[in-house]
Design a protein around this ligand. Structure first.
Ligand code: ADP
Ligand code: MG
Length: 241
């Protein structure tokens, strides 16, 4: 009955999460309904449409972050050089960084950093953490990204020059819907923790008020299992499952 207990805990957590999601989606839905009624009654103001637009965006943001929690398909699993995944993530954020007067300085090291997992999910973690760093640095500055190998781990450090995080807030990070931002979903870190956990990795956060914050993400280093991988590709190509 150990297992039963674990299952009921899981159900409890799922129930809490579902309640949170329902709440977070109902708010923008209620406001959408309200504005629709106003428009129906003949009042058509430009601000209504822009509010409705941002409420719809909000629902979209919540849904796309939650989608990341869905179970990856077996065929998504593969070996990746995390340096390349990070390069792609940084490229995606570069334009926004320039607009915010932020430079992203990356040191990718010299070794190939093999990780076994789902590329899109790993990318999502990097994007979430770097985006948070960018959002914290309202006056611009530098984000430093450093990748390297440490024993059997691949280590990714992302440091910002933002305001830092107070101790009591540090404990809340990763809780669903915990956000200090007006337009935040409070889901980015929860999803990131979950993804890293699914990859048998871990995330550590250290922060100094007034100095900045460093996220350290670790994944197990896993050298590609070449024969097996080739075999799998062959199986896929022949259409067998
Ligand atoms: P969101 O970004 O939608 O608020 P997240 O789960 O990504 O949700 O982050 C939760 C909260 O953690 C943020 O609202 C912010 O208060 C805090 N946080 C995360 N990263 C940083 C950072 N680099 N610097 C300061 N605060 C951060
Ligand atoms: Mg975020």
């Amino acid at each position: 009955n150990e297992e039963l207990l674990i299952n009921s805990e899981k159900l409890y957590v799922a129930g809490q999460l579902a309640a949170g999601i329902a709440h977070e989606i109902r708010n923008p839905l209620t406001s959408l309904k309200g504005f629709l009624q106003l428009i129906e009654s003949g009042r058509k103001e430009a601000t209504y449409y822009s509010i409705m637009n941002s409420e719809l965006d909000r629902i979209g943001d919540i849904v796309s972050e939650l989608l990341m929690l869905s179970k990856p398909q077996v065929y998504d699993l593969s070996y990746h050089d995390v340096r390349q995944v990070m390069k792609d993530s940084v490229t995606l954020l570069e334009a926004q960084a320039i607009l915010q007067n932020i430079t992203i300085e990356a040191d990718f090291g010299r070794d190939i950093l093999w990780v076994y997992g789902v590329e899109n999910q790993i990318k999502q973690v990097f994007i979430n953490v770097i985006k948070n760093a960018m959002e914290a640095m309202t006056d611009g500055g530098a984000i430093r990204v450093r990748l390297g190998r440490e024993n059997d781990s691949v280590r990714v450090r992302i440091s910002d020059e933002g305001p830092g995080i107070a101790k009591d807030q540090l404990a809340k990070m990763g809780q669903p819907f915990y956000t200090t931002k007006e337009k935040g979903t409070g889901l980015g870190l929860m999803v990131s923790y979950k993804i890293v956990d699914n990859h048998e990795g871990k995330i550590d956060v250290s922060s100094q008020l007034g100095q900045g914050t460093t996220f350290e993400i670790r994944f197990p280093f896993r050298y590609p299992d070449v024969p097996k991988d080739a075999e799998r590709k062959e199986r896929e190509a022949s259409g067998a499952s």
